[in-house]
Design a protein around this ligand. Structure first.
Ligand SMILES: Cc1cc2nc3c(=O)[nH]c(=O)nc-3n(C[C@H](O)[C@H](O)[C@H](O)COP(=O)(O)OP(=O)(O)OC[C@H]3O[C@@H](n4cnc5c(N)ncnc54)[C@H](O)[C@@H]3O)c2cc1C
Length: 387
């Protein structure tokens, strides 16, 4: 039986970051994934992810994203790849918007407050100023905006690939196409039973994304299918990263009252946009990957046509992706209540990627040193037990 200090189960955004950081610390680490990451079955695919340093989901996330930005720059230096594109980020909210986003009541206000608290460069913009700077946007005139020049996007598939490559180079074992079936506690740690083998390990990092419930069947975890859409611009230069930022736009009430988007990358199928839905749950093994023309038509009519200039109705690409959400929209980063030595890493709720590199470091510190430099206390499981 192969032995290791630690096994990382699931090598997506979180697992690849954790494996890299564990290997960096000289631990004997192995990573196991049922697919071959980066892949398009989980939560970490689709070209880009927004990153912003002032976090509207709460100040407790800021230290994580600040570490992520620093680590991505280190990874870029080591790999020669460009991972983080700081093209600027705009958050705007109109008067009709509830202001709620990712289960947080005043997303824009909290963003501005955390920017001030942590000294993050930003500007608060009026509708007039937004319209002047970003003529691509069709405004009502009652919007308020937050602009962060250091925000932008990261390339999720590339981040995973780079961290796995570096982890391998530092001696980590990476086993793909191998499904973890069961974790069995033993006197010295745990036995990891997979579809191919058994591994004797001291600790486990459980970063199985949308499949976390197979190992921790907690009511609080809900899986929701989300869809990404790429629309063709009349003039791609108008939406190039030099002229157009990433944005989150809160424009109306309810879950159809907001959407977000990205500039058009060189060689991309179009301008990538998406909304969010939390009313229909999904089984991660039965996800519909085809997107209907009705769904595309709704997104275009409801979000795109009234708000973005010179963006045609032709949808050139779609992708379905999974959120694993909790009732308070927060992460779960805690020891498994029933399996000693298993650290549960479930940071999605639709906003986890930007924190992944920093989380990988924090998890490796917990495993190697017993505690992390950034506090993970706000992400404990106990908050659900109290309800
Ligand atoms: C459409 C969409 C848009 C998003 N936009 C943003 C954004 O703009 N900014 C942002 O910060 N975040 C965003 N997020 C959230 C972010 O992408 C997620 O938080 C993050 O990708 C979650 O990573 P993960 O490692 O938990 O899951 P995954 O990357 O899915 O990794 C889980 C891995 O576990 C493996 N696995 C599962 N079960 C087993 C098993 N039994 N044995 C072996 N392997 C197993 C899977 O194969 C998978 O590779 C978005 C998410 C989605 C879906």
């Amino acid at each position: 039986m192969t032995t290791a200090d630690v096994a990382v189960i699931g090598l997506g955004a979180m697992g690849s970051a954790a494996l890299y950081q564990l290997a960096r610390r000289g631990m004997k680490a192995i990573g196991i994934d049922r697919f071959d990451p980066p892949h398009d079955r989980g939560s970490s695919h689709g070209e880009t992810r927004i990153t912003r340093q002032a976090i509207g989901e709460g100040a407790e996330y800021v230290p994580l994203v600040l570490r992520s930005h620093a680590i991505w720059r280190e990874l870029e230096a080591q790999s020669g790849e460009c991972l983080l594109h700081a093209v600027g980020g705009l958050i705007l909210a109109g008067e009709r918007a509830e202001g709620r986003h990712h289960a947080k009541p005043d997303f824009l206000g909290t963003t501005v407050a955390t920017a001030r608290q942590f000294g993050i460069a930003h500007e608060v913009l009026s509708a007039e100023q937004i319209a002047e700077r970003f003529p691509q946007l069709i405004l009502q005139g009652d919007e308020q905006g937050y602009y962060e020049p250091g925000a932008g996007f990261v390339l999720p598939e590339k981040c995973i690939e780079v961290q796995l490559t570096l982890a391998r180079r530092m001696g980590a074992g990476v086993f793909t196409g191998e499904r973890v079936l069961r974790l069995e506690p033993t006197p010295g740690g745990l036995t990891v039973h997979t579809s191919r083998a058994r591994y004797a390990v001291g600790r486990v990092v459980l970063s199985a994304g949308a499949w976390v419930r197979e190992f921790l069947p907690l009511e609080a975890f809900r899986v929701h299918r989300q869809v990404l859409y790429w629309f063709e611009p009349e003039d791609p230069a108008l939406y190039a990263p030099e002229r157009f930022p990433v944005f989150i736009w809160l424009h109306g009430p309810g879950e159809d009252g907001h959407f977000y988007g990205f500039p058009m990358l060189q060689g991309s199928a179009g301008v990538k946009l998406a909304g969010e839905q939390f009313s229909r749950e999904s089984d991660p093994d039965q996800v519909e990957h085809t997107v209907s023309s009705e769904q595309i038509g709704f997104i275009y009519r409801h979000h795109v046509a009234p708000r973005l200039r010179a963006l045609g109705p032709r949808c050139t690409r779609t992708a379905a992706c999974l959120y694993t959400s909790t009732p308070d929209g927060g992460f779960v980063l805690d020891w498994h209540p029933e399996l000693p030595g298993v650290f549960v890493v479930s940071p999605c709720s639709g906003h986890g990627f930007k924190h992944s590199a920093g989380l990988g470091e924090a998890i490796a510190q917990v495993i190697a040193e017993g505690r992390s430099a950034v506090s993970l206390e706000p992400f404990s499981l106990a908050r659900f037990a109290k309800r």
